[in-house]
Design a protein around this ligand. Sequence first.
Ligand SMILES: [Zn+2]
Ligand SMILES: [Zn+2]
Length: 265
Amino acid sequence: MYLVDYHLHTSFSSDSEAPMEDMILSAIDKGLDEIAFTDHVDFDDRYTLPDYNLYIPYLEDLKHKYKNDITIKLGIEIGLESTKADLVNTMTAAFPFDFIIGSSHSVRCYDLYFDQNEYFSTRTKQEAYSTYFEEMLLNIKSCNDFCVYGHMDFISRYGLYEDNTLNYMEYAPFIDAVLKELIARGKGIEINTSGYRYGINNCYPDIEILKRYKALGGEIITIGSDAHYTKDVGDHIGVAYDMLHTAGFKDITVFKGRRPEFIRL
Ligand SMILES: [Zn+2]
Ligand SMILES: [Zn+2]
């Protein structure tokens, strides 16, 4: 089986201190065939951005150094916000990323991490979660150059409710609208295994959303650990491969120059 981890952070992300080379060595040690570095770019003054004029040559050197051991791709995880679509589209056009994860880290300018209290304490769960998906739809329509939507039901990590679980059936009209728009635009979703490190004992998204994406005609799925530490590289990716099988997918997707390539499971 071709093992990939398509969601990795390094010390170039403001919330990680992991040296890129150590992440590579960890991936090789765990027997991975291919990885993509997807450091954060969020247009919010509370985050710092990588300097890609330094980043790209640095990654290229390491890619060359380990070329016989592992395939390494230049990726990015960019925070999508329809009100900042110009900034997002300018950034994705400026550098030769192989792979782009578009993620919702903020909703209506509330950062889900920094502004968690402000966003959730003023909304019912139904309002908070449905607004998240409505905003996601606007993001997909305005931020045009990404490959997969990151951790689609991620809002459930941050909710301040008694039960933060996000059930597909409760939000089906909102989620279906998002999935249909992604599929119409040739975009995928990721299976993000970080839920196992955040106490939900599950991936983002839940398998019900994965099955729905498939039923609507979607084919593009990447797998990523969202590791911010070397020990977490490849964490629980076996579970993600099992989910792909269970949901009826035949391939895993990798990217080159933002084009999907399909590899048999
Ligand atoms: Zn993210
Ligand atoms: Zn991430």
